[in-house]
Design a protein around this ligand. Structure first.
Ligand code: SF4
Length: 709
């Protein structure tokens, strides 16, 4: 590695992987990143996990796109059939001007022939706030509707929906670091040891100094080793378990009457609803003994300060919004919001999914979660954006909620949406029921993909625009803690690749919008005008500081804990919304007798486009694998390392079996990073009615040894 003098430059920026948002320094020599060091950022305090430390080399991979590509007229039919090393039979290289004219020309022609509704967009939580902001602005202005979304729909959309409904804000009420002031914490449906590893180190320290950690998950996730209580409940039974815990709190009078009276509404309805959820009645459903449910209720209600953390195990269900409603109610009835060491914290997944959502990259909200249906909000944004079309055509757009990710895919399949602009997202790997999603993508008349690799989605593109990795960008990102941080380029994008915001501006101009931005700071300044949450957080401040929003003055580093004196809802009160038990969309039966759940692994990130191109990360975890309990493997007559077939009502994959005692005996866990055994071929596209998030965490599956095939 060498010492400092061996490097040509050092650049302070932020890790591109998870929502923890670790601050780090990139050491560069000969235009190559050679070494990464953790810095003292507010979220990471010098720590990094294996992805942040060793996962940087994907940006130098030989698969990087360095020239725009246009689909050849004699290319084979669209499908998942392009070899990233041998793409010439499908695409030809082009100069930027030709590629952009082709990209904009195709989208413009569809707009003219079929109206703006014929084109939609997926932006990216891997891009900066400024890039997310410009992306949603382009779709809204150029196509005059709100059919723009990104991976939050597949991640925490149901959590955000419940938080906005009941607390009035979709972001966390306290940073995860506040756990240092707590004496009890719940982690439910999350596996921070693998998915938020640096946050997990703070959680472990909390238990070391005596904090009681209650872990709830159908899988025996890594934090169980540090838990005072481990509740390995039945998959999909979250609501019955949480309602039983709250039933005990009501029955034994453990709730905080004063807090409830001062800061909440709808308590009587919640109390009445919980009557039917005694631990004895719920135990057979959730698989947790009544005594344990009572002990957990007493422990949480007896805390001086308690926090609740949750992940996609909570959100990715058709009852994901109800799961979050329960967690919010639990915190509210015990007065565990708004003080140091208390709060509600959905651990956000992608590095900038918080910021991209804040910036309006969602179909129902403008920047800062201002409803598209609210005339006052829309007029304010229209006033700031102005008449970018020159003759008034782009100065207004639909006041109807737009379509979400899965709804857009369905509309493409039905040929109602004919053109897409996809920046940095990979729906050909990330969407549920992939055969359907891929068939839809192949039906598009004009697909513009902007990415750093020839992803599975780019296989279906008509034109591919080579973009930049986070370590090549200038801008800001916002982490799970609401902390806004600057990212800076350590190296330039390779070849002719460009920063994403510049490509989006070029496309907007070619679609007739007279956007003028000379520097990314101008985009930030305009974005901040539309977002009251960024008050007092100037580009100038961000040059030297990380600021947590909200920041109450130019000197305030930001509020780590919010809602100490009421909530941003009518009357300043948070709301209890009772939740009933809803069964998963499909339950095991004789044909599909087991339960499949999906997720991530420590070494691989989301659809694997980056981490599978990192030498160290792919070296440690090179092969697609599915985890089953050793007893289940024995029952199936399968040895660890042998191949098995997984089949659901959507399709079938073959994958290597791995033994893992943490997985329940009737379950199989499949990571979704591997294209050769894509888990999402199997997943159920049924969605939560509020957050519109698919049920990735529960599919009925048949598991067979390959010898039986
Ligand atoms: Fe990057 Fe997350 Fe690991 Fe931090 S914890 S280094 S942000 S992947």
């Amino acid at each position: 590695i060498g010492d400092r003098a061996d490097f040509d430059s050092e650049t302070e920026t932020v890790c591109p992987f998870c929502g923890v948002g670790c601050k780090l320094s990139l050491k560069v020599k000969d235009s190559q990143i050679k070494y990464v060091e953790g810095l003292n950022g507010p979220a990471n305090e010098n720590r990094l996990c294996v992805k942040g430390r060793f996962g940087y080399d994907y940006i130098h991979h030989s698969h990087r796109l360095t020239k725009p590509l246009i689909r050849r007229e004699d290319a084979p039919p669209k499908g998942l059939n392009v070899d990233p090393q041998n793409w010439q039979t499908h695409f030809r290289e082009a100069e930027w001007d030709e590629a952009m004219a082709f990209a904009a020309g195709g989208l413009g022609k569809l707009r003219q022939a079929h109206g703006g509704q014929s084109v939609a967009g997926f932006g990216s939580a891997k891009c900066t706030n400024e890039e997310a902001y410009l992306f949603q602005k382009l779709i809204r202005q150029a196509f005059r509707h709100n059919n723009v979304d990104h991976c939050t729909r597949l991640c925490h959309a149901s959590s955000v929906s419940a938080l906005i409904e009941n607390v009035g804000s979709g972001a966390v009420t306290a940073t995860f670091n506040q756990i240092e002031n707590a004496d009890v914490a719940i982690i439910i449906g999350a596996n921070p040891v693998e998915n938020h590893p640096v946050a997990a180190t703070f959680f472990k320290q909390f238990t070391k100094r005596g904090g009681k950690l209650i872990v709830m998950d159908p899988r025996g996730v890594g934090m169980r080793r540090f838990a005072s209580h481990m509740l390995q409940f039945r998959p999909g039974a979250d609501v019955s378990m949480l309602n039983a815990i709250m039933h005990v709190i009501v029955e034994e009078g453990l709730y905080d009457e004063q807090y409830i009276q001062a800061y909440t509404e709808n308590w009587e309805a919640e109390k009445a609803h919980l009557k039917d959820f005694s631990p004895e009645a719920m135990a057979p459903i959730c698989g947790i003994e009544p005594d344990v449910l009572r002990d957990v209720a007493r422990t949480f209600a007896g805390a001086q300060a308690a926090m609740i953390f949750w992940g996609m195990g909570v959100s990715q269900h058709i009852h994901g919004t109800d799961n979050s409603r329960c967690l919010i109610s639990l915190a509210l009835m015990c007065g565990q919001v708004g003080r140091p060491g208390t709060g509600l914290h959905p651990l956000r997944g992608q590095n900038n999914v918080q910021g991209a959502s804040d910036a309006g990259l969602i179909p129902m909200f403008l920047p800062d979660y201002l409803s598209v249906e609210n005339t006052e909000y829309r007029d304010k944004v229209i006033g700031i954006w102005g008449d970018n079309g020159g003759d008034g055509w782009a100065a207004d757009w639909s006041d109807k909620k737009g379509l979400t990710v899965t709804e857009i895919i369905d509309q493409i399949y039905d040929r109602n949406i004919k053109g897409m602009y996809i920046q940095g997202e990979n729906p050909a790997m990330s969407d549920p029921d992939l055969d359907h999603a891929r068939a839809a993508l192949s039906r598009l008349e004009h697909l513009v993909v902007q990415d750093i690799f020839l992803t599975e989605t780019a296989n279906y593109a008509d034109v591919i625009l080579p973009a930049s990795a986070l370590y090549e960008k200038n801008g800001t990102v916002s982490n799970t803690n609401r902390q806004v941080q600057r990212v800076r380029p350590a190296v330039p994008p390779p070849g002719d690749a460009r920063e994403d915001w510049l490509i989006t501006i070029d496309l907007a101009q070619r679609l007739g919008l007279n956007w003028q931005y000379d520097h990314v700071s101008q985009v930030y300044d305009e974005m901040a005008l539309t977002m009251p949450s960024l008050d007092n957080i100037t580009w100038e401040r961000l040059k030297t500081q990380t600021v947590t929003y909200p920041s109450l003055s130019p000197e305030d580093p930001g509020q780590a804990v919010v809602f100490g004196d009421g909530f941003p809802r009518a009357g300043g009160r948070a709301k209890f919304t009772p939740a009933s038990v809803i069964a998963p969309d499909e339950v095991p039966d004789a044909e599909y007798p087991m339960i499949m759940t999906t997720g991530r692994q420590l070494e691989h990130w989301h659809t694997g486009s980056m981490t599978r191109r990192s030498k160290v990360l792919d070296g440690v975890e090179p092969e697609a694998n599915a985890s089953l309990h050793p007893k289940t493997l024995r029952r199936l007559g399968v040895e660890p390392g042998e191949m098995i077939r997984l089949t659901t009502r959507r399709g079938s994959i073959t994958i290597m079996a791995r033994a893992d005692r943490a997985v329940a005996e009737d379950m199989v866990f499949v990571p979704f990073a591997y294209v050769e055994a894509a888990a999402n071929i199997l997943t159920n596209p049924a969605i939560d009615p509020y957050g519109k998030i698919p049920e990735f965490k529960f599919s009925a599956v048949r598991v067979e040894p390959m010898t039986a095939a």
